[in-house]
Design a protein around this ligand. Structure first.
Ligand SMILES: CC(C)(COP(=O)(O)OP(=O)(O)OC[C@H]1O[C@@H](n2cnc3c(N)ncnc32)[C@H](O)[C@@H]1OP(=O)(O)O)[C@@H](O)C(=O)NCCC(=O)NCCS
Length: 405
């Protein structure tokens, strides 16, 4: 009989996270790793699945505050390090852990949960919907020109860890405040996750480089990148690997990207996880040559439909009644009237009927009801309801989470 309970010790944490590190072909996490991890993670939020006294699986959640449309930062379970050892797969262990985790998130008052999925087939059954798309680019040196008339402004300079820890967070926060899907980073997060550069994180690339962009001495953006340092038969073939480029103004976007694209001794600049509305695509003279590859981004689950819908803002006041199906979290099932920015249980007949996972897809603004309808994922019960719902849910900024957690 398999039991699931919150970890009570660092040893249990290391074993529970060991289930996922198994698949990354890495050793069981070290004590040093656990110490760093616990600067941003509450021990009891790591669930362990135990068979005959041995930990065989784990699932964790960060306590996030995540931006929703309109700018509110709502309590959110940031689901992470989920794994079940191959000796115990397909016996329902993941389902048991998801049960405990979502019940716990609800008790904590977290109205949403988000995650990045290793495989898109896993989380829909637990009510998670694909909520944002990301694209990766690889811009070759010879194809990296901007369209004519685009000028860089301000200055760029390298900074050390301590200065970055002061200058970068306000830039991140300015972007976060207007971007659904981004979560608050504590000072410990910056120190132990964003800026830290232990050699084991470098892979085959060099040290993490930290660059700030300033106009009249005021930081407007920053970039973090590594150089690959590759050398070919005919000369340098290094690749710029940008892990995070954050720009609070268009000037910072232009200047940081021009800088990254032009670094000498490189044959290309790459980055991943860009939001679908990222301006790079409009800046490049030859966007196709950036070899954009589109993929899934954040997955979102409404843990408490009423609280989640009431937490975001809307583009219209029109009333909409949604019939929500939610097998895994039945407390959400039923009809919800959304009106004047607040959602409440309703006895009125529904305008639209959909699964909670599909509501998760539209919640942050990454997809529309019309798009759901084209994929046969929402039922229009009253003619015109899809258009009405889209005019109410419309947002201006694509959801984006700038890092995989
Ligand atoms: C994905 C993983 C956690 C699943 O754990 P598990 O204990 O085998 O899952 P369960 O037995 O609880 O499966 C529950 C359901 O999900 C399905 N499922 C589980 N993993 C799946 C996958 N990778 N793809 C498609 N379906 C999957 C099962 O078939 C089952 O379906 P059913 O309810 O219709 O019978 C485990 O296989 C694993 O650790 N994989 C590698 C690491 C990984 O991908 N972790 C997730 C990180 S985001």
């Amino acid at each position: 009989m398999i039991e699931v309970h919150p970890c009570k010790s660092v040893e249990e944490l290391r074993d529970a996270v060991g289930a996922i590190t198994h698949y990354f072909a890495r050793d069981r996490p070290t004590e040093e790793w656990a110490e760093r991890w616990l600067k941003n993670f509450e021990l009891e939020r790591m669930l362990a699945a135990i068979d005959d006294g041995k930990i065989v699986g784990g699932a964790g959640a960060f306590s996030f505050k995540t931006t929703v449309p309109g700018g509110a930062a709502v309590p959110c379970a940031g689901v992470t390090v989920v794994g079940v050892l191959p000796t115990h797969r397909r016996r329902g262990i993941l389902s048991s852990m998801m049960r405990v985790q979502l019940d716990d998130a609800r008790e904590r008052g977290e109205s949403i949960a988000t995650l990045f999925a290793s495989e898109e087939t896993i989380y829909g059954r637990y009510g998670y919907g694909l909520a944002s798309l990301n694209f990766n680019v690889e811009v070759p040196k010879g194809m990296n020109a901007f369209r004519p008339g685009i000028e860089t402004v301000g200055r760029l300079r390298f900074v050390e860890f301590d200065e970055a820890a002061k200058l970068f967070p306000p830039v991140y926060d300015a972007v976060r405040a207007v971007t659904p899907g981004m979560f608050e980073r504590s000072a410990a997060w910056w120190e132990n996750r964003t800026l830290t550069d232990p050699p084991e994180f470098r892979g085959s690339s060099g040290p993490k480089q930290l660059v700030v962009h300033e106009v009249d001495g005021v930081p407007q953006g920053y970039a973090m990148y590594r150089l690959g340092g590759e050398w070919g038969d005919f000369g340098p073939e290094s690749v710029v690997r940008a892990s995070e480029v954050m720009a609070a103004t268009p000037q910072a976007t232009v200047s940081l990207w021009r800088f990254l694209l032009d670094i000498d001794w490189t044959k290309a600049a790459t980055t991943f996880l860009l939001p679908v509305d990222h301006p790079l695509f409009l800046l490049l003279a030859r966007p196709n040559q950036a070899r954009p590859r589109l993929g899934d981004g954040l997955w979102t689950r409404l843990v408490d439909v009423g609280a989640a819908l009431s937490a975001r803002t809307y583009a219209g006041e029109d009333g909409i009644v949604l019939e929500v199906r939610d097998e895994f979290c039945p407390w959400n099932e039923g009809r919800w009237r959304l009106e004047g920015g607040a959602a409440a249980r309703s006895e009125d007949s529904a305008d639209l009927s959909l699964d909670v996972a599909d509501l998760g897809s539209v919640y942050l603004g990454g997809f529309t009801f019309r798009e759901l309808s084209r994929a046969d994922r929402v039922e229009e019960l009253v003619q015109g309801a899809i258009d009405r719902a889209d005019s109410v849910f419309r947002t201006d900024v694509a959801p984006w989470c700038a890092e995989i957690f």
